[in-house]
Ligand binder design. Sequence first.
Ligand code: EPZ
Length: 430
Amino acid sequence: MRNTTLYTSECLFIEGGQRLKGSVRISGSKNASLPVMMSSLLTDQVCEIHEVPHLLDVESTIELLQVLGVDVSYDGGCVRIDPSKVNSFVAPDNIVRRMRASVLAMGPLLARFGRAVVAMPGGCSIGVRAIDQHIKVFEKGGTFVRVEHGYIHLEVERIKPVEYTFEVVTVTGTENALMFLSRCEKRSILRNIAVEPEVIDLVEVLKSMGVSIEIEGRTAIIKGNAELKGFDHKVIPDRIEAGTFLVAGFMTGGDIELENVRVEHLGSVIEKIREAGACVEILAPDKLRVRSEGDGIRPISISTSEYPGFPTDMQAQFMSMCCIARGSSEITENIFENRFQHVAELQRMGADIHVKGRTAFIRGVKKLTGAEVFSTDLRASASLVLAGLVAEGRTIVREIYHLDRGYEKLDEKLKGLGALIQRRPTFDIT
Ligand code: EPZ
């Protein structure tokens, strides 16, 4: 099952200066696939999930499900799960450390078995990433929670209905809460929920399993069902991959078409890239064209916020674009406290950026120059690849397992659009 080539810390060689041309198909959403795969733990019936991208995080989720005793096969984008023989409730440290979204096992395990033992996810490079809101919902539902030897032990006799207002809008917190309450037959109310498209995709799956969920604004009313059915679901396209290609097509001065997108999920991203001067044409509800009109990139100001606001997961990619804009841009990161690690690497390529608190001030420069740069997290690595596409000379992006966690064959897709990009084993630096 494990594809070892995804696990070596390889690097990408990029020769800058190519204008991207052609058409690219966007893969299924990583951040929809992970919770939907975990929701299979709620039932003992077979579940099939289509258009699941081949990523490190998907492999880690499969590994976790198998550790729990679930039978999983993955072939050609389709994940087939038989959750009838779950024989463990422990999400081990080595998997949770690799993928903090493993915490999404807590909700369904508690709902179906009343037990879960999950290694503390710890922080990650973009921030502390607490899970206090997840825990508060579980406790309100009658769960006993204790932390011991680095693991969170959760137990609940009979889940009680919950009425809770999230203190912060949290994507996986909302997803965990919805799955936790999916088998509680009394009515629960969750307020101030996240409404990202990936959350809504999970809601569609839970409804198909037999859960009644009504969402009005940021309020969800849930009535669970003691017996939940298996499901057959196709995950939504990845709006962050789509946004990444919109930036790539525009900032290289190219002209590309994106297939398999959901235009309605990209509102704030399309608005912003048009503000920067891109010509974005909606060819169909699932097809976009982006091109540069040849008069460069206009400076912009961005402030990240929860959906439908500008997504934090697009912040690093837009910063690369702003590095070569005709003027000064500002980017404020409101969701995570440490999501500017790509700044230091972009500066090695000649970017003129300075950070003050939560805001990065980017003065556009005439050109970036190729350099050896290090990925620190998933979207930061994407921003370095984008910078390499326009930089003069060669850029080497190292530690691209970060990239492989969240993008399916990004280098191959870029190569298909004319980029001069090559994946190499790390030791092979000549
Ligand atoms: C999800 O992470 C995504 N991951 C992230 O995508 C994305 O950046 C993030 O949502 C925000 O949109 C998945 O869906 C697997 P949060 P999540 O809980 O759920 C604070 C990517 O690049 N918070 O919405 O972990 C938290 O510290 C990844 O694909 C609490 O304080 O994010 C953060 O500051 C990166 N207490 C803010 O809320 C909690 O209990 C938003 O976090 C939970 C969160």
